[in-house]
Write a protein that binds this ligand. Structure first.
Ligand code: 13P
Length: 250
């Protein structure tokens, strides 16, 4: 039985005061939710949000983490520092990191290994660009990203990994993959994980969909067999939109 997992990626939004206010509202409005809920504020607001959600059912995530634990890495943030703030999960391989900041599967894999080594959970993002989709390369691209990102990750560590399928063309564009299209890719991801590990690992894997998830489309997405959660960007910035997404089945 896969427990639904809804996460909010706040990206580069919110001062500490704004973050505190949203976190306080979420704590109040989501107290009765039984499934997994996570918010990933910008680094600068993590400590503030962690203090608000501490002891509640809301997890705190980070949007990125270094592949190194410490050293001469100007501008990077170590998994050790994130744990120190109360972070339990890191989003890695987000398409904005891949495409705007040039992160390769190799770097993402090193980040995954370091985060897992520090007992953090990981949301590993995969997804194709519009060009890749139009060229019929979706399975190819997702397979390369999965195999690259998970290289060397053993079966027991896989339990701490969530995969987020985020088609790049659906992020922040208002275009959502149809539930059927998304489910087909999620099914292919599960099949690939079965080949890389085993059927049970594939069966237990939580696969989130991300890309213009809104209160109006979350229910249809979550109704699909292979869609177990959502990684929400824009609509996670306001309680009015994030709360109904989290409570999709209320
Ligand atoms: P939007 O929900 O704004 O499309 O962003 C999706 C996303 O990138 C979440 O990580």
């Amino acid at each position: 039985m896969r427990i639904p997992y809804i996460a909010g990626n706040w990206k580069m939004h919110k001062t500490r005061a704004e973050a505190r206010s949203l976190a306080e509202t979420l704590v109040r409005d989501l107290a009765d939710v039984g499934h997994t809920v996570m918010v990933a504020p910008p680094f600068t607001a993590i400590e503030t949000v962690a203090a608000v959600v501490s002891g509640t059912n809301i997890l705190v995530g980070a949007q990125n983490a270094s592949s190194a634990l410490e050293g001469a890495h100007t501008g990077e943030v170590s998994p050790l520092m994130l744990k120190d703030l109360g972070v339990s999960v890191v989003i890695l391989g987000h398409s904005e990191r891949r495409h705007t900041y040039g992160e390769t599967d190799q770097l993402i894999n090193a980040k995954v290994a370091t985060a897992l080594g520090e007992s953090l959970n990981v949301i590993l993002c995969v997804g194709e660009t519009l060009e890749e989709r139009e060229a019929g390369r979706v399975d190819d691209v997702v397979r390369t990203q999965l195999e690259g990102g998970l290289a060397g990750v053993d079966r027991s560590a896989l339990q701490r990994i969530v995969i987020a399928y985020e088609p790049v063309w659906a992020i922040g564009t208002g275009k959502t993959a149809t539930p059927q299209d998304a489910d087909a890719v999620h099914g292919a991801i599960r099949t690939r994980i079965a080949a890389m590990y085993d059927e049970r690992a594939a069966d237990e894997l939580i696969i989130q969909y991300g890309g213009s998830v809104k209160p109006g489309n979350v229910r249809d997405l979550m109704a699909m067999e292979n869609i177990d959660g959502a990684l929400v960007g824009g609509a996670s910035l306001k309680a009015e939109t994030f709360v109904p997404i989290v409570k999709f089945n209320a």
